[in-house]
Structure formats: C-alpha cells, structure tokens
Ligand binder design. Structure first.
Ligand code: KG4
Ligand code: ZN
Length: 402
C-alpha cells in the first residue's frame, strides 16, 4: 500500500511517500522531502503564522514534485490534461497554490498512490489550512481517499520504526505488548502519554503535560534572550555541549520547576523567567554599567537550562514508569533530537530495565513520514475529499486520564 503523507502544521513543508508491506511489518520510504522555512522566520525570532501559510502555499507543489520524482513513480504526459473545474473552488483561497497546482498536476498521470494523509492539528491553523486544501485538491483530482491525522501521533509513530537499510524500515508496532509510555517534547507540546494498542490502531491517554511553555518553546525563548537565533533548541544544545567539554558552569543555579510535584505535569515558564532575571543581573540591566554576556556565561547558562529541563523530565518519567507498569518508553517530537536529553533518558531506561524507542535524528523534527505513518495506522478512517475535517489548532491526542 502506497501512502502520501502531507505535513504543514508549523514551519516545515513536508511530504513523504511510503510503501507499506503489512505482511512483513516493514515499509520503504520511497520519497521524503522537507522544506524548512527557518530562514524566513529568523527575523521574527519565531514562527509567524501567516508567513508560514504563504510559504507552504508557495512550496507545496515543488515539494510534491521532488517527492514523486525521487520515488520514481510518476509519468509525465506529452499533452497537459484539463483539470476538472472544481479545483478552482477547492484552492480558490490560495491563488498562487492554484496556479502552481494546475500547471504541475496537468502534466502528470495519476500516480499509483492508494491513500493520502494530511495533518489537521495540532498546529498553526493558517498553516494547517493550506496542507488540508492541498490534500483535498489532490484527492479530488486523482480520486484517492484521504485520512486526517494528528501531528503528535505522527511523532509517536516515527519512533516505532527501525531503519534497516537506506530506504527500508521495520515497523515495531507489533512489538508493543502491554501499555507503553510516550514522552512528547516539541515546540508546542510537552506531554507524557499512555499508549495502548487497540484493534483499530492506537489509543492515547494524557497523564501529564505542561501547564505553560513547552520545552522547545522554553529553549527557543531562552535562546532569544541569550542573543541566539531561532530555532534556539539546537543552539542551546551545542553551547551546553561546549560548556560540559570545558567544565564551564552557569554563574548561578536555575530552578527545576515542579520536579517534586506528585503529578506528571510540567511548567517551564518559571525557568525562562529565571534566565531573564539572571541575564539582567549579569549585564547590569537598569544600571549605568551595562555590559553584554561573556561567551562563557552564555555557554554556562545553556548547560544549566538543558540540565534543568533534563532533570525534570527524567524524574517525571522515572515516577511515571513506577506508577504505570510498562516496559517501553517512546520518545518523540523535535526536542528528542537533543543529545543530552536522549542520552539521559537512555541511561534511565537502562537503569529501570525499560526499552527506549527514539526517532532517527533526521525524523525527530517535523517531516512528512510522520503523517504517512499516522495515515497508515488510521487507514480505516479514510474519507472522500469533501469529507476531510477542518483544521484544529489544539486537536488533542486523547483524553486526560488522571
Ligand atoms: O516537533 P518540532 O519540529 O515542531 C513542533 O511540532 O513544534 O519541534 C521543534 C522544536 C523547536 O522548539 C526546536 O528548538 C526544538 O524542537 N529542537 C531542539 C533540537 N532540535 C530541535 N531542542 C533541543 N535540542 C535540539 N537538538
Ligand atoms: Zn512536531
């Protein structure tokens, strides 16, 4: 079964094509294109939703073309096809996308794709709208069913695979025996989730989540205060690594918010504020003796922020693993690319005899594969183009279960 996954929930325009061999629990990643908009958002210090929407509209057709070309499944027509009229209504709100869609799609034969999948949330609604309209348009023109998927489920499923060769992956879903714990850490989410297999896919229950900032958001905001560009997470990680190598400490310790609370919730806005106060104190903010932070101070603060976040996460996961007897920890979301957090969680898992499943670094941040995998596991929910649900910016993964 061939599935084309479309992902536009934030600042990555991403499309993947996978071919699943259900009998052998494996799939081939036929094509995988991620177009990052980071450069466009850097001047704003974060993702600017309307700009993200415009960029998705600008790039979707090129990303599709690259994915199909690299998959080697598309045949170009010698004479362009006239597309049905309805396309003008479906993409009517995005004239640029409509034009590029018509000029490309009219030149290709319908490819042998069985299912389309598209992220409908959570994420930035304007950004989600374009991806959904695009999926509708493809579904309409090619008459292929489409399934709406949850971005956070995609992050979980991207950890339930194992790379075997360059393009071949094993699916590990059948190796989950009882309930599993999942830690989701991204720019918009920090959640601990109970994952259960059901007859028709997976069921999710949230046992804890952030009450304010997500970890990725905290990293990005702290980075901004330290003069580092968006996205801050990778830069904090690099500077923290340098600090550890050179034994550089933070000028002052920072708090580990909610580390002792008896629940599985998080709060990271206090950590961000503590960094603000510390940098103001160090730089003489509000006094006549203003100065900028030294490189060592920045490195030390990055290390302490990364340590603080990691301490809290490791403690909560240890407590959750004790309360919910599970043998597998799944980690997903952009922040799972963080080496220190990965290694600390791997160490914890080893100590408490838990298996840990992490995404490949290349699939940690947003991508189209996550949408295609989520589509595969929800294929029974596929609908026709005119029944695709609306974008839901705060779409939950499941109910709160404690
Ligand atoms: O999952 P993702 O790509 O997008 C959302 O769904 O939000 O996650 C993006 C977040 C950003 O906040 C980014 O700073 C963070 O992941 N991130 C990292 C690293 N790479 C990306 N944070 C820490 N260390 C990294 N290496
Ligand atoms: Zn994400």
């Amino acid at each position: 079964m061939k599935i084309l996954g479309i992902e536009t929930s934030c600042d990555e325009t991403a499309i993947s094509l996978i071919e699943v061999d259900a009998l052998n629990n494996c799939f081939t990643l036929l094509g995988n294109t991620v177009h990052s908009q980071i450069d466009v958002h850097v001047p704003y210090g974060g993702v600017f939703p309307i700009l993200a929407k415009r960029e998705h509209a600008h790039n979707l057709v090129a990303v599709l073309k690259q994915t199909l070309d690299s998959s080697d499944i598309v045949h170009y027509r010698s004479t362009p096809l006239t597309l049905p009229e309805g396309i003008n209504t479906i993409l009517g709100l995005d004239p640029e996308l409509l034009t590029s869609f018509k000029s490309y799609i009219s030149t290709v034969e319908k490819p042998p794709i069985d299912l389309l999948s598209v992220t409908i949330g959570p994420g930035l609604e304007p950004a989600l709208w374009v991806g959904i309209s695009f999926a509708k348009a493809l579904s309409y023109v090619w008459n292929i069913p489409v399934v709406a998927v949850n971005h956070m489920e995609g992050h979980i499923l991207t950890s339930l695979i194992k790379k075997v060769t360059h393009k071949r992956y094993d699916l590990l879903s059948h190796t989950l025996m009882g309930p599993s714990l999942a830690l989701l850490v991204s720019g918009g989410h920090t959640q601990i989730v109970l994952v259960n297999k059901s007859t028709s896919g997976f069921e999710y229950g949230i046992i804890g989540e952030t009450r304010d900032d997500a970890i990725g958001e905290c990293f990005d905001k702290v980075a901004r205060m330290l003069g580092l560009s968006y996205p801050g997470g990778p830069k904090i990680s690099k500077l923290a690594h340098e600090a550890r190598l050179n034994n550089i400490q933070s000028p002052e310790p920072l708090p580990r918010p909610m580390i002792k609370s008896m629940d599985f919730d998080f709060s990271f806005s206090g950590l961000k504020t503590a960094v603000l106060y510390l940098t103001q104190k160090l730089t003489g903010h509000g006094t006549e003796h203003l100065r900028i932070l030294t490189t060592e101070e920045v490195q030390g603060i990055c290390r302490e922020v990364e340590d603080a976040v990691t301490d809290v996460v490791v403690t909560k996961i240890r407590n959750a693993a004790e309360m919910y007897i599970t043998d597998t920890l799944i980690i997903g979301g952009g922040v799972s690319a963080n080496t220190h957090l990965r290694q600390s969680l791997e160490k914890l898992a080893q100590n408490i005899s838990m298996r840990v499943l992490l995404p490949e670094i290349e699939h940690s941040t947003d991508n189209g594969l996550m949408s295609a995998l989520a589509g595969y596991f929800s294929k029974h929910k596929a609908v026709a183009w005119n029944d695709i649900p609306k974008a839901q910016g705060t779409l939950p993964l499941g109910p709160r279960v404690n």
